[in-house]
Design a protein around this ligand. Structure first.
Ligand code: HEC
Length: 135
């Protein structure tokens, strides 16, 4: 093998590794707002109205970016192209929460400038919903 091919395969392996770590990377969860104090948080009553405004345009009946729909609880719990986006009771396994909290600019949802981002209070409500079992 000549040097050029060696260098090139090294770069490819490097990129593959980067892509993999980007997917698996859990952001600093200490930056999440604490869960809202509200009891009995449900998808239909509390979460759906927020997502309707900020997410349905890309994750609803018309478009399913990232193979994800968040317009029903069932579809949301199924997840997207990278698997589950919410695991009931598990904040550290729920990338949807990290996305709406905008912990990492590459995975922040909605994408910058495309729809209204959730307020800190709304993110706190999403956290409470997940911690209470994502009902
Ligand atoms: C303007 C379009 C747009 C809006 C609005 C939007 N998203 Fe996304 N979303 C995307 C795109 C595009 C991807 C795929 C990103 C990728 O694969 O790199 C994505 C991916 C995701 C993923 C990762 C899915 C997976 O399995 O990889 C989650 C979670 C997510 N969005 C949640 C949300 C939530 C929650 C909202 C509303 C608060 C929202 N998105 C609003 C475009 C949007």
């Amino acid at each position: 093998m000549n040097t050029q091919i060696l260098l090139r395969s090294g770069a490819v392996a490097g990129i593959a590794l980067l892509v993999q770590t980007a997917e698996l990377k859990v952001p600093d969860l200490a930056k999440l707002p604490p869960a809202a104090a509200k009891k009995g948080v449900t998808y239909t009553k509390d979460i759906k109205p927020l997502f309707e405004k900020s997410c349905f345009g890309c994750h609803g009946p018309e478009k399913q970016k990232g193979d994800l729909r968040v317009d029903s609880l069932e579809a949301l719990l199924k997840g997207g192209e990278h698997g589950k986006v919410v695991v009931p009771g598990k904040v550290d396994k729920s990338p949807l929460l990290w996305a709406v909290a905008r912990l990492d600019e590459d995975t922040a949802m909605p994408p910058e400038g495309k729809a209204d981002p959730l307020t800190k209070e709304q993110v706190a409500l999403v956290r409470a919903w997940i911690e209470q079992g994502a009902k």
